[in-house]
Ligand binder design. Structure first.
Ligand code: SF4
Length: 377
């Protein structure tokens, strides 16, 4: 099979039906896709049209354009990032999250600095040159702790990049960690609609606060990553358009988009997971808007569909994040249910993953894989 094979069999936009426009107009789709490719932006209604189209041919037009743009800049390479989940203890209580502070039904863990460094050692040996430290907002992980981890990794492996995914912190904290050597920072804004943000989060958090943090991170010179869950509770197509507009303003270097997946111990436990095809359309739209960004094909996408990972790559993603965390950490770092932790999700299977990607015409690139937005600055 190759990268051009048609993977779109049927389309179901799930619970976003209220905003769905049934369309079958490949000519219009082609025009809008070309416009998006040239202008990197569209009118709100034009975005809604692309997000709402629900038949295979139109989606293939969008997908093929997105993949062509990805190939232009990144060829068939897929960057890998070694993910280290260092703690599932979190002082926040985001309503959708499996490791939120209010969830009593979870075994908590916290890696030591030694554990984190040893996960990096094994990843480096396999070939990884980017390490992503991701965890809850755990008060034990002070700036001093992160400084120690970052400086030790950087002095031992100066050719590697460090990405932090450690939540909302102060400007001073982001500054210290940047000065310690961190290169990139991931912080999903989740939704650019204030009302929707308040529905998903407790009142101590706000979209404005998230936005402030993202602009602080950007100002400090990190490569900045943001994103949303597709199909989060009460999400509307209008909100997704706001998200696209917000990202257009922020100009992120990295974009993380995955389907919402409910967690059994959350108040959203009975909500259906986000739709795969809507997620894929988002990936393609974002690729056309941000040709130089790095965009992962997420574990969440692979969790709702066994071919989700390769579908994500075919729709414009160019990053995969295998998990380097020790087994007990992998097991208990459950932001949502049924997360994949073995097979192609594990760093031990990188060779197998590469063989899998090669069947579709792609291959793993172990280099740091800086977003081209950064190289071009
Ligand atoms: S989403 Fe992040 S900040 Fe919110 S509860 Fe989960 S780990 Fe904590």
């Amino acid at each position: 099979m190759n990268a051009n094979s048609n993977d779109v069999q049927h389309i179901d936009d799930g619970k976003l039906k209220d905003s769905k426009i049934n369309v079958y107009n490949p000519k219009k789709t082609r025009e809008l896709v070309n416009k998006l490719r040239i202008n990197k932006d569209l009118e709100d209604d034009e975005f809604k049209y692309l997000l709402s189209m629900d038949e295979a041919e139109s989606i293939s037009i969008l997908r093929d354009a997105a993949r062509e743009v990805t190939n232009e800049h990144y060829s068939n390479k897929v960057y890998v990032r070694g993910l280290v989940e260092f703690s599932n203890i979190c002082s926040q209580n985001c309503y959708y999250c499996g490791i939120r502070s209010g969830n009593q039904d979870i075994e908590r863990f916290r890696l030591t600095v030694k554990d984190m460094l040893s996960a990096v050692d094994s990843g480096y040996e396999i070939g990884f040159r980017t390490f992503v430290f991701q965890g809850g907002e755990d008060p034990k992980f002070t700036d001093d702790v992160f400084e120690e981890v970052i400086s030790k990794v950087k002095s031992k492996y100066p050719d590697s990049a460090i990405t932090l995914s450690i939540g909302v912190r102060s400007y001073e904290s982001y500054k210290r960690l940047k000065e310690a050597g961190a290169d990139r920072f991931l912080l999903r804004h989740e939704t650019a609609d204030e009302g929707h943000f308040s529905y998903l989060h407790p009142s101590n958090q706000s979209f404005e606060q998230r936005k402030r943090a993202l602009y602080d991170i950007k100002k400090l010179g990190y490569a900045v990553g943001t994103g949303i869950m597709v199909g989060s509770p009460k999400q509307k197509i209008d909100y997704i358009v706001k998200d696209l507009k917000f990202m257009r303003q922020l100009e992120p270097d990295m974009i993380g988009i995955g389907p919402f997946i409910p967690h059994k111990s959350s108040k959203f436990k009975d909500i259906e997971h986000g739709d795969m095809y809507l997620t894929l359309k988002m990936l393609s739209i974002l690729r056309l808007m941000f040709p130089l960004a790095t965009i992962p094909s997420t574990t969440a996408l692979n969790t709702i569909d066994s071919e989700g990972r390769i579908r994500g790559i075919m729709h414009g993603a160019n990053v995969i994040m295998p998990n380097l965390s020790p087994d007990n950490a992998k097991r208990n770092y459950n932001l949502y249910d049924n997360k994949k932790i073995s097979g192609k999700e594990s760093a031990d299977y990188v060779r197998e993953l590469n063989e899998y990607l090669m069947e579709y015409g792609y291959e793993i690139d172990f280099s740091r894989g800086d977003p081209l937005t950064i190289k071009n600055k």
